[in-house]
Design a protein around this ligand. Structure first.
Ligand code: SAM
Length: 248
């Protein structure tokens, strides 16, 4: 049986596509792509010409069965998304799941991922982090989500688009406070790459005041909530007092 290769593509700089990614893309029987026009352009730049199959949110379930059959027949397939690593805020999860469930091999060809690229330059704790991807588009749901995350102690990683970056930062300033440390990574690996710090308040102001800082693609990294050792100690003492009373 064949293998499904999950291949990362660049997030803005063509030079970030690995030699192995090019080799795999050139050798497979077909490439499943989120947007075939976009991927055809990329393949053109790489000098690769393989058949493309559209695989997106709406046809993924239906396509998965057909692709499993092709793999069972011995074909090699690749999965790519428009940018970065497939399945990371991108389609592919259902397909990978089905292929694995059929006992077939899924093999990664790793490369760029905007979240990891941003973490690698943010200078915020990165030994543990919480990838949140895109926040809900609607204001109410977004605020609810942020409220639920306000006490999270791990570093938080968000994806955001140019349409919503201002609103998102405004909500964060209200719900997390303006002094929470954060880094906004914009247009990574591209011509206008910028990495802004130091707090949510600063970043919100810079983005509000400078139209150029609102353009492009963003990863927002937010420091986790401070470890409230004091609060934990108090809670421990309260439980101990209750227990002591119970045992009396
Ligand atoms: N699969 C991709 C990955 O591995 O990063 C993410 C796909 S998601 C649909 C697109 C989002 O990723 C953008 O809205 C932005 O938040 C982030 N992103 C992608 N490329 C970026 C870049 N060059 N600089 C900053 N953020 C980027």
């Amino acid at each position: 049986a064949g293998t499904l290769y999950v291949v990362a593509t660049p997030i803005g700089n063509l030079g970030d596509l690995s030699a192995r990614a090019r080799e795999v893309l050139a050798s497979v029987d077909a490439i499943c792509a989120e947007d075939t026009r976009h991927t055809r352009q990329l393949l053109g730049l790489l000098g690769v010409d393989r058949p493309l199959l559209a695989l997106h949110e709406h046809n993924e379930a239906a396509m998965a069965a057909r692709l499993v059959a092709r793999l069972q027949a011995g074909e090699a397939l690749a999965l790519v998304s428009d940018a970065g690593t497939p399945l990371v805020s991108d389609p592919g999860y259902r397909l990978v799941r089905e292929v694995r469930a059929a006992g077939l091999k899924v093999s990664p060809v790793p490369g760029a991922c905007a979240a990891v690229a941003a973490l690698s330059v943010a200078g915020l704790p990165s030994d543990r982090f919480c990838f949140e991807g895109f926040l809900p588009a609607k204001a109410g749901a977004r605020r609810e989500r942020l409220q639920a995350l306000a006490g999270e102690m791990r570093t938080l990683v968000f994806y955001e688009s140019a349409h919503r970056i201002v609103e998102c930062l405004e909500d964060l300033v209200v719900l997390f406070g303006p002094d929470r440390e954060a880094v906004l990574a914009r247009e990574l690996t591209k011509l206008f790459e910028t990495v802004l710090g130091d707090t949510l308040g600063d970043i919100a102001e810079r983005v509000r005041d400078d139209e150029d800082q609102r353009r492009g693609e963003f990863v927002l990294i937010v420091r986790g909530a401070a470890d409230d050792t004091e609060a934990r100690l108090r809670e421990g003492q309260r439980l101990y007092a209750k227990l002591a009373e119970y045992l009396k």
